[in-house]
Structures are given as C-alpha cells and as structure tokens.
Design a protein around this ligand. Sequence first.
Ligand SMILES: Cc1cc2nc3c(=O)[nH]c(=O)nc-3n(C[C@H](O)[C@H](O)[C@H](O)COP(=O)(O)OP(=O)(O)OC[C@H]3O[C@@H](n4cnc5c(N)ncnc54)[C@H](O)[C@@H]3O)c2cc1C
Length: 456
Amino acid sequence: MQNITIIGAGLAGSLLSIYLAKKDYGVNVYERRPDMRKAKISAGKSINLALSTRGIHALKEVGLYDEIKKISIPMYGRMIHSLDGSTSLQPYGKDMSEYINSVSRGELNKMLMDLAEEFPSVKFHFNMPCTSINMDKNEIYFRNDETGNAETIKSDITIATDGATSPVRMEMLKIPRFDFKQEYENYGYKELHIPPDANGHFRMETNALHIWPRGSFMLIALPNMDGSFTCTLFLAYDKSLGGENSFENLNSKEKIQGFFEKNFPDAIELMPELLNDFVSNPTGTLITVKCYPWCIEGKLALLGDSAHAIVPFFGQGMNAAFEDCTYLNECIDKFPGEWQKIFSNYQQLRKVNTDAIADLAQENFVEMRDLVADARFQLKKKIESVLFKKYPEIFIPKYTMVTFLRVPYSVALERGRIQETILHELIEGINKPEETDLKKADDLVKRMLTRLEIIS
Ligand SMILES: Cc1cc2nc3c(=O)[nH]c(=O)nc-3n(C[C@H](O)[C@H](O)[C@H](O)COP(=O)(O)OP(=O)(O)OC[C@H]3O[C@@H](n4cnc5c(N)ncnc54)[C@H](O)[C@@H]3O)c2cc1C
C-alpha cells in the first residue's frame, strides 16, 4: 500500500489517520506542536465544542463514538438569559431524542490520537512544523523543533489538515488560478470560566447551551465534565463598530467589571475569576476561508479548516471537517488507488457544501446574538414547528437539517431560504401560532417544496 502524509494532528488529521489506517495505508502525521497527551499545552481555539450528527456519524464509522459519548454532555436547547435574569429554554429538536453534545476539544483530540496509534501503520511526529512544499518534486519541508534542523520528506500522497491558517494552503497560492478568499469578522472572542459550586456541581442548568443575547454581542456557555462551564464572549473589536461594547473600549478592569455588571448581571456572580481571565486570556479571531482548488493532481489535498474555515455560530466547523473524512473515505472506496480521481471527486462533493455552511454560519450569528430574544422570531419558530409536525418529510427546519441530519449543507441552505419565504408570508398580521392560515400554508408548502431526501 502507498504511504500517506498528513500535515496537522488536530481534530481532522487525527481522525483521518484512523480512516486511512483502517484501509491499511501507512500514515505519517506531522504536527507542529508537542504531543498534547504529554506536554501541558492548550488544545488551541475553543476549549469545548458542540458535536452533532455529522461528526457523530464519522466517529461511529471509525468505532470511537461509544467512548466519546462518555465524555459528552447533551444540550437539548438554548437557554436564553434575559437582562432581568429570567431564563427560557428554546429546544433544538422536535423532542428529547434530538440534542447536540458538549465535548472537550483536548480530550477528543487525545482520544483520536490514542486510537490512531493502536494501528502499527500510523506514526505521529510532533514538534515538526511544515515550512513549505514542492509538489513538482513530491517533497515536504519541515523544521524539527527538537533538533532545530530542517528536514525534507518525500511523499506521494499528502493531505493537509493544518487548520484555518494552513501554511500548506499559503503555498498553494503560488499555483496559477488558485482562488482564495479570507474574511475576518470585526468580532473577536474571549473565553471565560464559570467554576463548579463548592460541592462540584454545575451552577446553571447542565443540559443546555446558555446564551446571553445582547443585540450586537453575546455571551455563550457550554458545560464541561468537571461541573464547570466555558463561556465565550463574542464582541466587536473596534469602537468604530461596537462603541463602548467593544474589546477596544474594555481596556481597564473597571470598564470590564462595569460592562459585565450592566449586560450580564446573572453571569458575573458565577465568575469569580472574571477580571483575571479577561485580562490574561487571548482575544481569538473569527475567519471564513474559501479557496479552490483543494487539490493538486492526485498528490495533495486540503481537508477540514485548511480548505474551509468557518465562523463558529452554527457549531459545524469540526462536524464539517469530520464529514470531509467520511466523504473522502467513500471516494477512496469508489476509486481504489486512483488518487487523482479520489481527490477531484472529494473536492467536487464537498466544495459546494462547505461554501454553503460558511454562509449559514455567518447568517446564524445574527440569529444567536439578536433574534433569539425577539418575540416575532420566537413566533416564527413556533409556526415552523407547527409546519414541521404537519409536513415532517417536507418542511424540515434549517437547524434540524444542518444539525440532526446529514442533508448536504447546500440543500439545507437552499431549502432554508425557501422555508424562510413561506414563514415570512405566514407570520404577516398574526400574533399567535394558532392564527396561522393553514390553507395558505398548505398551498405554499406544496407549491414551493418537495419531499426531502434523507441520507442515513
Ligand atoms: C471559538 C470557536 C468555537 C468553535 N466551536 C465549534 C463547535 O461548537 N462545533 C464545531 O463543529 N466546530 C467548532 N469550531 C470549529 C472547529 O474548531 C474547527 O472547525 C476544527 O478544529 C477544524 O479541525 P482541523 O483539524 O481542520 O483544524 P485544527 O483543529 O485547527 O487543527 C489543525 C492542526 O494543524 C496543526 N498545524 C498548523 N500548522 C502546522 C504546520 N505548519 N505544520 C504541522 N502542523 C500544523 C495545528 O497545530 C493543529 O494541531 C469552533 C471554532 C472556534 C474558533
């Protein structure tokens, strides 16, 4: 069997190495950081993540889901925290069988690496940042951070899972007609912490994703296995966009304290280390990357964030990266050993869909930070669930298609837009879901939508 080189042992690279090892490929995975199972390093980006159906499907395919389930906390809905301290739960799914899962990025990454290493054909090489590539010579260049030496590796098949700022993708910019677009949000994020209470218990509802929507900014919190919550504040960087509600303005402990007292009075009580956390934790950036092509002949392909970084507001970046692995695996089955066909089919199947989830994720930011607190939006959600019950195979909420089904993201985007038009027509002039004109709804649904093809 051919040997395959993977660059980046993050979530996607580690998972992909298992898929490939199961097919008897020899796999060398090169990672720029030390081994996170030995060194005490941050897993990078967010501490915990929402894992849903697409990611779960991939974990089941490699046989790891039962183990991951043990470190996952189900979240059945959004717990909305109003300014007056009142809370209300907006369920994510049709019933308790539909939920998303809070999981630790670090633990998940370590478990993926552990499973990968059970295959003798997989070898991880840590402290090895890739510095450049030369696909004419099939060579990849690394800096060995342990020895300080440069190293060159010959590789016939390379898959770059080196994340949103992918150095390999940067090298691909040299290819004629390589399309590349990156878009930074004028918003950053800051991770904060709600520790468990004195008895080690959660200090808020455990099985929910907490949101404090405040119009142009928001705070969210996901539960961890140790009884704590990781909170993330999403806020404008610049005063020019956010005014006093911006990272630029929160430049003293007094201002930070004042901002939280004013906007999150119920959360501040639960965050004894708020000021220290705020000052010492970095402010993360939010980027969307679209590029094309994702591959060079049958020699190299991008996968995961390196091909399509998205903003985190639909909780789909990792899920989409894991779904890339599922699709690449299917292409390997379909065209055994024919890597040019494998890569070009994989790219064709995925590109349109990852473009779609990038757009969906950007749109969802407004929904999360603003609309969830809006009475008309809530009414629209209720009408949506009436229609979902009445037409369970036709009118399926966008959130459900993205999160609980494996419907292609592009289909979810397109049908979501049509459904939005239908809801827009139905909500006009009414104040309660019971007032929905069901005859008009029937006409619109049957005229504008067809039965949805579900992928199991
Ligand atoms: C705040 C935030 C919240 C998020 N929440 C969610 C969520 O709830 N659900 C969800 O599905 N997704 C979420 N995501 C997205 C998710 O984190 C990413 O989509 C996911 O990590 C992508 O996996 P990846 O393996 O492609 O990239 P990464 O996880 O970034 O891994 C890339 C790896 O490559 C390594 N690397 C980089 N450069 C080099 C180099 N030169 N040489 C060798 N190795 C290199 C890195 O060290 C890293 O290990 C969130 C992202 C953010 C920022």
